[in-house]
Design a binder for this molecule. Structure first.
Ligand code: IMP
Ligand code: MG
Length: 475
């Protein structure tokens, strides 16, 4: 629901995953078939549930809660009252009531249910006060939402106001900011390319803020692979930052598993273990590989079953700390002649996989103690051992920074997303595209009075050839 349309472009998926030539595809399909049939024979909790359930009993989970955000949904309903009554002056009062409820919730977070929690059972932690009344006034004075007579405040507008309030609350104290990669700093599956975004990030680094790219994409500690995706940012570092400032740029790959830091040459090198090992926080480096494998084996079995049941033309990728499912290309077509998904897997199927695996892992015996996230990446679904919450905790411990001085910016805050895990440990901004990230960083830099450097980039060429698409006249 929140993904930009380009996320669905079938050819983008194909470009990221070159199609396999015919002959290897057949060989791979045969191997894959054998591997799958072994996994298909395995017992899973979903299979056991299917067998146990009487036909008359409802056995599926009828809910689309995983596609909603309880708090924003509730705020939308509250705003609707002012809209329906035609009383624009009352919007500010509703925001003020919410602001007070957040304060009460923060004060009572350890002692019973707050009023807010009674209204929105899924509400999480607020790490700072939330000046939403001020944010609403600023927003409304620009966009005149309250003047509308036919269109009430929307989900996205409420999301923007919450983001703005979050920035207002912590701008002055911010010490570390982490960014999701895909769809936050660059389009899905693409590389960093925005000079505007680069200028804002460099402005923050020059202002003493530690900037972290916290991505699910896991390439071990292979610096050049992350450098490849971030080249559009790193190329500006040497001309604009001192080595000291560069050392405040960190990349965390595989959710929280692989940490790297920029050196004086703007190259990424492994963050020394001795900077992490002494910290009293969750330590991904110490997780037992056999337990990681037990979790990934279970996830893979579940994925294989799901592929078979939903006739998905999909390919499985297994890594040391993750297992994922991606469009299957030609090999996928051979394995599932009547299926779908060789170029693009349906969002619904990816959600189903993410939720099934989550259920399997929750039902495992002996239970798993390892943190994990099972998520729909839009073009793919993954089960990663570790979460961005842990990545952020490690950053906070390493830099000795409390939650209220940190911020995570990401695009995946629904239940089947992988940014949501950061919410437990840090304030968050929920964006939906790199353009929105640019917008909120402009606000942040304005609140901190940061002078954003001019990177001397070539000016953008507007439009195509001086032809005005609205009037048909030449400009
Ligand atoms: P993020 O939005 O920066 O967290 O990146 C999520 C995307 O990274 C996924 O949707 C995948 O396309 C990609 N990715 C690459 N390797 C991995 C992995 O090992 N685990 C999870 N996602 C991965
Ligand atoms: Mg993302």
């Amino acid at each position: 629901m929140w993904r930009a349309s380009q996320r669905w472009a079938p050819f983008a998926a194909a470009a990221a995953l070159p199609l396999l030539p015919k002959a290897p595809a057949r060989a791979e399909a045969a191997d894959d078939k054998m591997h799958r049939s072994t996994l298909l024979e395995r017992e899973t909790s979903i299979k056991r549930r299917d067998v146990r359930s009487a036909p008359t009993r409802m056995r599926n989970i009828v809910s689309d809660e995983h596609r909603r955000d309880g708090l924003i949904q509730w705020l939308k309903t509250m705003m609707h009252h002012s809209f329906v009554l035609g009383m624009p002056g009352t919007y500010a009062g509703t925001w003020q009531t919410f602001e007070d409820m957040v304060e009460e919730h923060r004060a009572r977070s350890h002692t019973g249910k707050s009023r807010l929690q009674q209204m929105v059972p899924s509400v999480g932690t607020f790490h700072t006060p939330l000046p939403v009344t001020r944010a609403w006034r600023d927003y409304d004075s620009k966009y005149c939402t309250s003047r509308r007579k036919y269109v009430p405040p929307t989900f996205n507008e409420i999301r923007h106001i919450l983001n703005l309030a979050q920035l207002m609350a912590l701008a002055a104290d911010l010490k570390v900011i982490s960014f999701d990669g895909d769809q936050t700093l660059y389009s899905d599956g693409q590389n960093f390319e925005s000079d505007d975004l680069a200028a804002l990030l460099i402005g923050l680094l020059k202002d003493g803020v530690t900037v972290v790219v916290m991505t699910a994409a896991g390439y071990g500690w292979d610096g050049p692979k992350y450098e490849h995706r971030l080249a559009g940012l790193l190329k500006h570092f040497k001309a604009n930052l001192t080595p000291q400032e560069m050392s405040n740029f960190i990349v965390v790959g595989g959710e929280c598993n692989y940490m790297m830091v920029a050196n004086a040459e703007a190259r990424l090198e492994r963050l020394p273990d001795d900077r992490i090992a002494p910290l009293s926080c969750n330590q991904p480096l110490t997780w037992e590989q056999h337990e990681v494998d037990r979790m990934l084996d279970l996830a893979e079995t579940c994925i294989v079953n799901a592929i078979e049941e939903m006739h998905l033309r999909a390919r499985i990728i297994r890594k040391p700390r993750s297992v994922g499912v991606i469009p299957g290309g030609e090999a996928g077509k051979l394995a599932q002649p009547h299926g779908h998904g060789s170029l693009k897997l349906k969002y619904e199927a990816l959600d189903e996989i993410a939720l099934r695996v989550e259920d399997e892992i929750a039902a495992a015996n002996p239970p798993f103690l390892l943190p994990y996230c099972s998520f729909n990446g839009g073009r793919d679904a993954w089960i990663d051992v570790g979460t961005k919450g842990i990545g952020m905790e490690v950053m906070q411990a390493m830099l000795d920074i409390p939650a209220a001085q940190s911020l995570h910016v990401g695009d995946q805050f629904l239940r089947t997303g992988n940014d949501i895990a950061a919410r437990h440990v840090a304030p968050c901004c929920w964006i939906t595209s790199p353009a929105e990230t640019t917008k909120i960083l402009s606000h942040l830099c304005k609140y901190r009075r940061i002078r954003v450097p001019d990177l001397g980039s070539a000016p953008k060429v507007q439009g195509d050839s001086g032809f005005d698409v609205y009037t048909g006249l030449s400009k």
